[in-house]
Design a protein around this ligand. Sequence first.
Ligand code: ASP
Length: 340
Amino acid sequence: MSEILILHTGGTIGMTKTANGYQPDGNYFRGAIHHMDSLKAPGMPKWDFMEMDPLLDSSRMTVREWNRIGGIIAENYDNYDGFVILHGTDTMAYTASALSFMLKGLGKPVILTGSQIPLCETRSDGRDNLITSMIIAGAGKPREVCIYFGGMLLRGNRATKYSADGMQAFQSPNYPPLATAGISIIYNESAFLRRRSEHFEFKPLADDVPIGVIKVFPGLRFDLFDSIITDKLNGVVIETFGSGNIPDDQGVLLPMLERAEKNRTVVAVCSQCPQATVDMGTYEAGGGLKRAGAVCGRDMTTEAAVAKLYYLFSVYDDIESIKFNMERDIRGELTQGEEI
Ligand code: ASP
């Protein structure tokens, strides 16, 4: 019988209502899951339960908490066949992306899940999300960091929160689901991540890497970012239009990017279209980014690009290796294409 570890980090699934709105409630949740008969039913993996202190609304998660979650998985790696991480939906895709980079050579499933409605409420989606995640973690098939939510198992670093109200809160617009859970759980094994190293290693993130995200919009005044694009900024993700286009009729953008290049700030280009692949050579309007030394995020989500910048700045000292690896597929987070 397989054995899994459930780690409760916070989020709606374990919240109860207070006078100030929903808040994590460790006492309630601990009691509730230990009394759920379905978690002890035949066919379920054996499980142990741990919780982080403090439990957090995931909007409060930082690199420090990502390191603690990764550290708990690493310390318990040899004792369990899989891990279920209960987490708030707001930043679940960021945490999943960060874990995918930090847990190098992962050979067991790490499934993040949560719910839109707290477990304490009658219509909660937390019950199925928890039970199915446990079954998937126990079955041991995908050996990667995933999000299970609303009947779909997605690669963690390809997922993005799509809905704040619907039961299918996540999508993976540039990569197929790893499994769908209807009457049976149907795995899409050809989409699973190929394990690239037989040696599992936990690489914590440095918690002092300043990263920024800029979303472009018509009329954006790049000169307003002068005080942000300084040598204090290690990396910035620019969410461009479509396939990598950016407005530049003020003649400010390119000098700003050149200054970033001189300051050794990595500028990564992603798209604000959820379903897209950036190709900075398609339109003249995007060509300047390439000439100024920006790196192409291809079909990476912004969540994955941010987590990858944190990771690469934590493991490399030289900017060339960081830029080279930003454009390379290292954990299945982007589709490697032709040299562009
Ligand atoms: N604010 C909550 C959180 O991210 C939302 C959720 O869990 O759905 O912790």
